[in-house]
Design a protein around this ligand. Structure first.
Ligand SMILES: [Zn+2]
Length: 54
């Protein structure tokens, strides 16, 4: 599940039952929108072009 923090807008892949933003520690996280997921994937591709996206 890809999540976005409503506090700092950090988007990340949630693993397990991670309930807090890894960037700012806020619990105001929600599932990312389609647009945010796409941005996350584009960002990953830029930095890890040779890795397979899960
Ligand atoms: Zn945050």
């Amino acid at each position: 599940m890809i999540c976005t923090c409503d506090n700092c807008r950090f988007t990340y892949k949630r693993i397990g039952s991670y309930k807090y933003c890894p960037d700012c520690g806020s619990s105001r996280i929600r599932e990312a929108t389609a647009r945010e997921k796409k941005e996350y994937m584009d960002y990953r591709k830029e930095f890890y072009p040779k890795q397979q996206l899960a």
